[in-house]
Design a protein around this ligand. Structure first.
Ligand SMILES: [Zn+2]
Length: 140
């Protein structure tokens, strides 16, 4: 094989000279941005097989989705759910580290919403205490 690879769009040969494996190259035939394969000769890097992924990956996504759901519900409906969103988000992060996958965005979003909601909850409780306290003082 020469030092070129096949364009995925027009199937023309793109010279590999000066291209970084895993980077992008402009096809001289059709001008599209083509992915430079890791191995020269047009061979595509093998896709990861599902069997290579640990089962915990599904649990990571589940926990992340639950964290986000609790975060949204807590934020919109019931602030008491805020701490549970944090718990679930931390669980999703722990699962992600365990499974060796990136922490899902849903878990991070759930955590952020959970914290905002929990802070709002604390502020609300504090405000209630203050109002009741002032009312008690005023009534005395
Ligand atoms: Zn092309």
């Amino acid at each position: 094989m020469g030092h070129s690879f096949t364009c995925h769009y027009c199937e023309g040969q793109i010279p590999l000279a000066g291209q970084t494996p895993g980077g992008r190259a402009t096809c001289p035939h059709c001008g599209v941005q083509a992915d430079v394969p890791q191995a020269p000769g047009g061979a595509r890097p093998p896709a990861p097989r599902p069997s290579q992924q640990r089962p915990a990956v599904a649990a990571v996504a589940d926990a992340g989705n639950t964290a986000l759901l609790l975060g949204i519900l807590g934020f919109v409906l019931c602030q008491v759910l805020g701490p549970f969103a944090i718990m679930k988000g931390n669980q999703a992060r722990a699962y992600a580290y365990e499974a060796g996958v990136p922490v899902p965005g849903t878990a991070t979003a759930g955590l952020v919403l959970g914290w905002i909601t929990t802070i709002l909850l604390i502020l609300t409780l504090g405000l209630f205490c203050m109002i009741f306290g002032l009312a008690a003082l005023g009534g005395a």
